[in-house]
Design a protein around this ligand. Structure first.
Ligand SMILES: [Zn+2]
Length: 236
């Protein structure tokens, strides 16, 4: 026999640790992207988990004479660490999938961004609380994340409005719609067609006005759209 059981075990430990490192790096990458949207990951890895996933200790990495009990321990520890890493990765992916990272009108150009601008009706500077997509009347509008409809109807200057609650204090609003395809209380999945664009309410022409709100406060939807683009390589 050219390969002893210990050699095989050492090889297995090395493979498991590579998988562990990969899972942790992916979870970290997702967390970093989520952090840029200022959403706190619900549950970061504990120090204990991080320690378990530490790189190979020198004695197993450089080979040399093996003492069986230590190697077995290393194997067991490596499995525990892999399990922790996979749990953490799954948690990060689940959170990323629960938030509104998709584009509500993917084929449409963005014509106005979030921030202060000259208000088209008032003629003075005012906060534009969302982003506008140029969209002919009747363009399909898609939910940007999973959630529940909390508004579906005429709402002041928004005209026909759909608002979806995504949990974590986050809602999205889709305004100036011509047709609404959902009702309050409906559960919505990511990408679901919820309405058709229009020019109802305080609107100068056909477009979709899209907002993301965090605890009721409007935030720049570009943060979420950009994060969504970056997340695609880590999710699915
Ligand atoms: Zn707008």
């Amino acid at each position: 026999m050219t390969l002893s059981l210990k050699d095989i075990e050492r090889d297995q430990v090395a493979r498991i640790r590579t998988l562990t490192t990969g899972a942790f790096e992916t979870a970290n990458a997702i967390d970093t992207i989520l952090a840029k949207t200022r959403i706190k990951p619900e549950d970061r890895a504990t120090g204990e988990v991080a320690e378990l996933a530490a790189p190979l200790s020198d004695d197993t990495a450089i080979g040399g004479p093996f003492v069986e009990p230590e190697t077995t321990e290393a194997f067991d520890n490596s499995l525990v660490a892999l399990d922790s890493a996979l749990v953490r990765l799954e948690r990060a992916r689940t959170q990323a999938k629960s938030l509104p990272f998709n584009n509500p009108s993917p084929a449409s150009d963005i014509t106005s961004r979030f921030g202060n601008r000259l208000d088209p009706f008032l003629g003075r500077l005012a906060l534009h609380a969302g982003i506008d997509f140029r969209a002919p009347v009747g363009t399909a509008i898609h939910a940007t994340g999973p959630g529940m409809v909390i508004t579906a109807g005429r709402t002041g200057g928004y005209g026909n409005l759909v608002e979806i609650d995504h949990g974590n204090g986050i809602t999205t609003r889709y305004a100036h719609l011509s047709t609404i395809l959902v009702n309050v209380g409906d559960k919505i999945s990511t990408g679901q067609s919820i309405a058709k664009s229009g020019s109802t309410g305080r609107s100068t022409g056909p477009h979709l006005h899209y907002e993301v709100r965090l605890n009721g406060q409007a935030v720049d939807p570009m943060r979420f759209l950009n994060a969504g683009i970056k997340l695609t390589q880590y999710i699915n």
